[in-house]
Write a protein that binds this ligand. Sequence first.
Ligand SMILES: CSCCC(=O)C(=O)COP(=O)(O)O
Ligand SMILES: [Zn+2]
Length: 207
Amino acid sequence: MIDSKYFYQQAVALAAAGDELYRRGWVPATSGNFSCRLNADSAIVTASGNHKGRLSPSDFIAVDLQAKPISSGKPSAETALHTQLYARFAHIGAVLHCHSPAATVLSMALADSPELVLENYELLKAFDGVDTHATRVSIPIFANTQDIDALAVEADQYLAEHPRCPAYLIRGHGVYCWGKDLDVCMRNLEAVDFLLHCELERMRLSR
Ligand SMILES: CSCCC(=O)C(=O)COP(=O)(O)O
Ligand SMILES: [Zn+2]
């Protein structure tokens, strides 16, 4: 049973997030997709193919945690990557996927690496459970594929073993980030993108 008032509130909040992310240049040309948990068994996700900087509440679809639509419309082609996170972690309340230049370029620059290791950054403390810069946070980099169900399985296997991982990259594609609610998810995404920029800058300086 979908609470239509809650659905609408979440849709408005996600549309505002999309506006912000588009202004930052992180969801160009209809890229990206966003979702919030509705309850234990369902989530609201952006419709497929729409411009994510100009969303209205009618641009959202309710889906179950097997990625099947339970309201009318065509959900994001990447819905299974969102529902995998909700199904795996009961505490996750929001998921944002962006195609930021930093995520796209760095994931390609690290062509031979299965992960990006972040350490000694004070901003790592933006992530829940991190209270010192003297820590290592690994961000896995998965190969891009059009087989989203297979990618969801790969992400699920990784996250089962690394439950504190705050985000992942898809090579040449973008970043998935999550949080207990949309505000925390936005904070995590902002921190991840800042750290990706720092890593890119360090690569440039060390050339
Ligand atoms: C034009 S970007 C290609 C598809 C993609 O990667 C994406 O994030 C948007 O797909 P959706 O089906 O959610 O609109
Ligand atoms: Zn994408």
